[in-house]
Ligand binder design. Structure first.
Ligand code: HEC
Length: 392
């Protein structure tokens, strides 16, 4: 059984589940939002809105009843398990990658030398307090304006991104902000949307008039979820893009790209309602431009003056990288080279140069955990070798 790696298989299984549940949830949510915004007054019948669609070889006629149909149907389809499974799998993945692997992925001893237990406690506390604060905001008098509420919540998240980045690795901070948003979104489904709908259904079945505040609160939470979707999706894929979390102010890049996502979502909402999108597209494009410009400006450092030969860089790679990134890793935690990236030879290092620059020069993500205490000067030397065209 020498080749069996339980953690890697678990990681794959949970990530696969997370992606699948997430697609099912967000897909259903996008579908219903689009449907809701497209509804037209029906030509006949007592429904409050209808929509005709063609899909998969048939025609669909959806009708919406507000507050409810005159008679409750025998079976009602509820959409909730997609959301719950997205959270369960996402939380499991957080534990598996960032908490089991806290030393490598969560804790950055150069920022704060936390013990894994302390790091995990901070992470969990951030998720719980995120929900409590958001829920309080939604129950306060701010709830009468979604714009004001949205701005307050955005500032809370910005603060979280900044604060978490000062105690965790940049990726750990990003992921926790994503997990806070995801937790809030699922919390909305679990604590507000579904319970309120259940109360409404129970009232209707019993012949009572449901409290309209229940529906209003559920609708408001759904609207918030709608706008939080694209930012959270960005965070979940951000790990592939070290230029984002590897920036000098990762929290600012996160804020700018998050706002870009909100603006893009707004464009689609207007489109579904057949309203003009010109202004919203301009805002979204501007946000994207600001994000890209900021990241590019931050990176625009001086170009290396002197060519650095590989002979000067090879010992650095051997000491700081090859413990893991090698055909025969010596690091006990990594029996095979992570992501298949091996840095044993000149050709391998040259081929990986752009990725090395992103992970170990422009950012300090590698060496993971920095057990070997790679210095800024060493990073600069590695950068100079790459900037001078990776000479042999
Ligand atoms: C303690 C083990 C370890 C050390 C030491 C280490 N890495 Fe990594 N590296 C990893 C792991 C694990 C991953 C994959 C997961 C991740 O992105 O964190 C990775 C990923 C990478 C990637 C991303 C590859 C891709 O295709 O996206 C690059 C580039 C990289 N490392 C470069 C380096 C460089 C350069 C050094 C030395 C300065 C280094 N690493 C040192 C463990 C290590």
């Amino acid at each position: 059984m020498g080749g069996f790696d339980l953690w890697e298989w678990l990681n794959l299984a949970i990530r696969w589940l997370h992606l699948t549940a997430g697609i099912a949830w967000i897909g259903a949510s996008f579908h219903f939002i689009g449907l809701d915004l497209r509804l037209k007054k029906p030509r006949k019948g007592d429904a409050s809105g209808e929509d005709w669609a063609v899909h998969g070889g048939g025609f669909y006629h959806s009708q919406k009843y507000m507050v409810a149909p005159a008679e409750m149907p025998e079976t009602l389809h509820w959409s909730k398990w997609e959301a719950y499974w997205t959270w369960i799998s996402g939380f499991s993945l957080l534990v598996l990658v960032y908490y089991v692997g806290a030393k490598s992925f969560l804790i950055d001893p150069e920022k704060v030398a936390l013990s894994p237990a302390a790091g995990i406690a901070i992470g969990l506390a951030s998720l719980a307090s995120g929900w409590v604060i958001y829920d309080l905001l939604c129950r306060s008098s701010l709830r009468s304006s979604n714009l004001v509420l949205g701005i307050c919540w955005f500032l809370c998240l910005l603060f979280a991104a900044y604060a978490l980045n000062s105690v965790f690795t940049a990726r750990g901070a990003y992921l926790h902000v994503g997990a806070i948003i995801g937790t809030v979104m699922v919390g909305n489904v679990f604590f507000v949307i579904i319970p309120n709908q259940k109360k409404v259904v129970a009232d209707l079945v019993a012949g009572r008039t449901p409290d309209p505040a229940l529906g209003a609160a559920a609708k408001q939470r759904s609207l918030h979820n709608n706008y939080m979707t694209l930012p959270v999706l960005f965070i979940m894929i951000s790990h592939h893009y070290p230029m984002t979390y590897g920036a000098e102010r990762p929290w600012l890049v996160l804020a700018l790209l998050g706002l870009t996502g909100v603006a893009v979502r707004h464009v689609f909402n207007l489109r579904h309602r057949a309203q003009s999108t010109t202004h919203a597209i301009a805002v979204a494009a501007l946000m994207a431009l600001v994000s890209v410009t900021y990241v590019s400006m931050e990176k625009g450092g001086g170009v290396a003056a002197q060519a650095v030969p590989f002979a000067e860089v090879q010992p650095l790679i051997a000491r700081h990288c090859a413990g893991c990134h090698s055909a025969k890793p010596t690091h006990p935690g990594f029996p095979v080279a992570p992501l298949g990236l091996k840095l044993d030879s000149y050709a391998q290092a040259k081929a990986a140069a752009p990725r090395i620059k992103a992970m170990a020069v422009d950012s300090e993500i590698m060496p993971l955990g920095n057990d070997t205490a790679m210095t800024k000067e060493e990073r600069a030397k590695l950068g100079a070798w790459i900037a001078s065209g990776t000479p042999q």
